[in-house]
Design a protein around this ligand. Structure first.
Ligand code: ATP
Ligand code: MG
Length: 392
């Protein structure tokens, strides 16, 4: 029965002069998301509201599902609209609407009219009272509650008349593209996809880099990372995924550096390489899935060591999250099932039995000197053989 949606977007509305920029970005993202659904849609912006109107046949569930992936949308209100053919017709329409949408009408309600078209013959208050009365007559089981109604019937009088009462939650956040771009270090684990989701939710476009170490990490592990990127791209739009062959660097570190420092030194090279690509692709920050104390390489002391090799800010949106909380988020956004597939990731083969938890940065730097002979060349080769996959 619904043929249109009112899109609610709270945070954007407070952005002052930037408001229209944000609205345009949101409309752009909505258009992009709806391309994936069956049907044609007209998207309009009038007086600070965004409407999506289906042009003919469309798949209701699919449309809602797509809109729920668009950051910036706080609520999706399915609407019906009718031509203004007199007040009696409006009364019939609203009675039919309540009958259809609420099979059980033992509920409280309130009518809330907004008149965008001031030449409408009735004032808003009058419309509220009259429609309220009509509904009470049609459905005596309804009762009025003007403070906290269970059903808030919105009636918007514009060129046409729109009626809606349900609000389906959207993902919130800001439209992707309004906050610049960041480079996500995406591994096959549970954490980094959630971290990417969270930064994208703040309006940031995401590119990603994965460090692949064949034959120690399999093609399936790489495929899994690509699949994870595809799952987050439902929210973020297309993701440029850089696959860096990390094998030689990893083996070289393994050969030249103390084993309890392997992970930290490897992480430092990952950050350096990620930052290099970030600089070349106009990313304004790096994003990782780290959380304090989760593993030895994520203690505060270890984070000093990984952090100091970059000049760009490193965003770690999961920093204060417990694993449980991250798992809950991963399930909600749909990446969990893929993340737990049992393909080894970069580190498992190269992990030390007793990794340092309080690395001394000076000592780490000194040990990295053991790599001087070949590492620069290896990093250069790794960057030159960067495999770019556009994931969408
Ligand atoms: P995740 O669940 O994201 O794999 P993790 O708990 O396994 O994280 P680590 O392996 O210590 O943690 O990695 C910390 C962060 O470093 C990851 O969240 C990710 O951002 C980045 N990272 C680790 N390995 C890789 C890799 N092979 N390619 C790209 N980024 C990586
Ligand atoms: Mg990992």
């Amino acid at each position: 029965m619904f043929t249109a949606f009112l899109i609610k977007y709270a945070e954007i509305a407070i952005k002052g002069k930037n408001r229209h920029l944000f609205e345009d970005a949101l409309i752009h993202q909505i258009k992009f998301a709806l391309k994936k659904c069956e049907g044609k849609f007209l998207i309009t912006k009038t007086q600070g509201r965004i409407y999506v109107e289906a042009q003919g046949e469309f798949d209701y569930e699919d449309t809602i599902g797509q809109l729920q992936h668009v950051f910036g949308i706080v609520g999706i209100c399915p609407m019906i609209y009718v031509e203004d053919e007199g007040f009696d017709r409006l009364c019939e329409t609203i009675v039919r609407y309540v009958g259809d949408v609420y099979p059980d009408r033992h509920k409280t309600f309130k009518v809330h009219c907004r008149r965008a078209r001031k030449n409408y013959p009735k004032e808003s208050m009058e419309v509220n009272a009259d429609l309220g009365e009509v509904l009470l007559n049609a459905y005596p089981e309804l009762s009025v509650d003007v403070h906290e109604p269970e059903i808030l019937l919105n009636v918007e009088i514009r060129e046409k008349i729109y009626i809606y009462s349900e609000v389906i939650p959207g993902p919130g956040g800001m439209p992707v593209g309004t906050g610049g771009k960041a480079m996500l270090l995406l591994s096959g684990g549970i954490d980094s996809p959630v971290a990417g989701y969270m930064i994208a939710k703040r309006g940031v476009k995401i590119d990603a880099v994965y460090f692949h170490a064949p034959p120690y990490t399999s093609e399936r592990a790489k495929q899994k990372v690509e699949d994870l990127a595809r799952l987050i791209s439902k929210y973020t739009g297309p993701i440029y995924l850089h696959v860096i062959n990390f094998t030689d660097i990893q083996l070289y570190i393994h050969e030249k550096c103390p084993h309890e420092e392997l992970t930290i030194i490897m992480r430092r090279y990952m950050m350096r390489i990620a930052e290099h690509i970030a600089d070349e692709t106009e990313c304004l920050g790096l994003v990782t899935g780290e959380s304090i104390g989760q593993v030895a390489s994520q203690t505060m002391g270890s984070l000093i060591a990984t952090n100091e090799v970059c000049h760009l800010p490193v965003y770690r949106p999961l920093i204060g999250f417990d694993k449980e909380e991250i798992v809950t988020s991963a399930k909600r956004i749909g990446t969990f099932e893929t993340s737990i597939l049992p393909y080894e990731d970069c580190c498992t083969i190269f992990v030390a039995k007793h990794p340092v938890t309080k690395p001394n940065v000076n000592i780490i730097r000194r040990h990295e000197k053991n790599l001087d002979e070949k590492i620069e060349e290896m990093v250069k080769t790794a960057l030159e053989t960067d495999e770019l996959i556009v994931v969408q």
